[in-house]
Ligand binder design. Structure first.
Ligand code: UDX
Length: 452
């Protein structure tokens, strides 16, 4: 589909959208914004100065910077992330102030609703105080939303504090998951800031006027049936990457020089490696990745962000001569376009949900690693339910890495995974066609917002 929404529709209603200022949250919010704009809504984006969006890419939206306008108070630094969300009263006051102005504006269309990232939980009480319906964008899967809503239960059953001897055991309440998957979410106790943040997010999502997921029914039908009754209806599953690519909301310059190199590689031979916008590795792990890629004897394109390796700036710990002729290392890639390139054979991902959905949309099988949060849940789902990936679940060792790459790309065994990835892509394609589940969800969402 087109990456720029058409601009000729007469607009009657406005939607105010408030993304969380991190790449994996900004991308789906802007995909949703473009989609709603293409359906005739005007869009106002509220944003922080920290990780501010590239406004020039969106001449059709209105932007308003809020919350961290005081340069002395850089509230949204990653290190303060969880801490920041807990102390939200001044954020709430600032948001209420801006929303009041927007709601009173006579030059703009009437406002239908506010759509915020689920993690901006404090926005629910602000919206309530202004009688403004708030919808939630949850940037993860339905599956992980359900697991996150059960964190108090999982904690009460003691899963987060089990020692490593229980790692491979099944989680009784979620038989798909192993104890180590649940532990890797990163909760230590229900009293830690992260648990408090998730608890508030779940509570205020339940209080909202609806949830939107970047997903599709054909992928998560079983999970949809398991969403607890106390989550608000209606629910919308929309396959964002099939409507708009995430490239236009990239915060970093995407290296376009890779395409002549990619064009020269054999079809479906390249390992594309990217671990998203936030994950980090130790230097030892970094070197295992590097050696594993070389050992695989396959061409590779590896995204290494500045700061990806703890205590390093960029590539300084790599051995001399790396990556050699077979590989390319870049700081940031046009990911969706790389996944869509015919040379790309497998995506070694950290199992961030946007990356996972982008890979599915292009029919690219995955090697799934995971670091924290929803990633272990996504990795397990891709490997054991959708079966379009192999979960590299026991850390990063060069021999395992090389072996799993060859297993997917070269060995006969990989044929089934490659085929399943193509079948899932076909389902994704059908979902966004007229009459498909994603397409119907878009129409229902538009009708719903119009009715508010
Ligand atoms: C995090 C979580 O991991 C994710 O599960 C959650 O839903 C959102 O927050 P992140 O770790 O950054 O996000 O991963 P991911 O969700 O995969 O998002 C990364 C985005 O950056 C993707 O849209 C991807 O296309 C883009 N990207 C990544 C690039 O444009 N270029 C790159 O080189 C790498």
């Amino acid at each position: 589909m087109e990456n720029q929404p058409e601009t000729t529709v007469r607009r009657h209603r406005r939607i105010i959208m408030f993304p969380l200022p991190f790449q994996g949250h900004i991308n789906p919010m802007f995909q949703l914004a473009n989609l709603l704009y293409s359906k005739g809504f005007s869009i106002t984006i509220l944003h922080t100065n920290f990780n501010a969006p590239k406004i020039s890419n969106y001449p059709h939206f209105t932007f308003k910077s809020i919350l961290d306008n005081d340069p002395e108070k850089r509230r949204f630094l990653l290190a303060d992330f969880a801490q920041d969300f807990i102390h939200t009263q001044d954020h709430a006051d600032a948001l209420r102030h801006e929303l009041k102005l927007l709601l009173a504006s006579e030059k703009d269309e009437p406002v239908s609703c506010l759509i915020t990232d689920a993690l901006w939980h404090f926005t629910q009480s602000v919206a309530d105080s202004l009688n403004l319906p708030r919808l939630v964008l949850r940037t993860t899967s339905v599956h992980s939303t359900i697991v996150y809503s059960s964190i108090p239960l999982l904690h009460a059953r003691g899963y987060f504090t089990l020692d490593d001897s229980h790692s491979e055991e099944q989680v009784v309440e979620f038989p798909l998951l192993k104890v180590k998957d649940v532990k890797k979410i990163g909760i230590k106790s229900t009293k830690d800031l992260y648990a408090e943040l998730i608890g508030n997010m779940v509570k205020q999502t339940k209080a909202s006027s609806g949830i939107i997921w970047n997903s599709f029914k054909e992928l998560e039908e079983t999970e949809l049936d398991r969403v607890p009754d106390d989550f608000p209806v209606p629910r919308f599953l929309i396959l964002f990457p099939k409507y708009f690519k995430a490239s236009s909301s990239s915060l970093q310059e995407q290296d376009q020089t890779i395409f002549p190199w990619l064009d020269q590689q054999p079809t479906k031979s390249v390992v594309y490696v990217s671990f998203g916008s936030l994950s980090q590795v130790e230097e030892k792990e970094f070197l295992e990745i590097a050696h594993g890629l070389v050992y695989s004897k396959q061409p590779f394109l590896w995204v290494v962000r500045m700061g990806f390796v703890k205590n390093s700036t960029w590539l300084e710990s790599l051995p001399e001569g790396f990556p050699g002729e077979r590989g390319r290392v870049v700081e940031w890639a046009p990911q969706h376009e790389v996944l869509a390139h015919e040379a790309t054979g497998v995506f070694w991902t950290h199992s961030g949900w946007n990356s996972t959905m982008e890979s599915i949309c292009e029919g690219v099988p995955m090697i799934c690693s995971s670091f924290w949060g929803d990633q272990p849940l996504d990795a397990r789902y891709m490997s054991d339910v959708s079966r379009v990936g192999v979960y590299l679940e026991n850390g990063l060792q060069r021999e395992d890495i090389a072996s799993v790459i060859r297993r997917i790309l070269v060995d006969e065994e990989g044929e089934e995974i490659r085929e399943r990835a193509q079948v899932l892509k076909q389902k994704a394609d059908e979902s966004v066609m007229k009459g498909g589940a994603s397409s119907e969800s878009v129409e229902t969402l538009v009708d719903y917002i119009s009715s508010l």
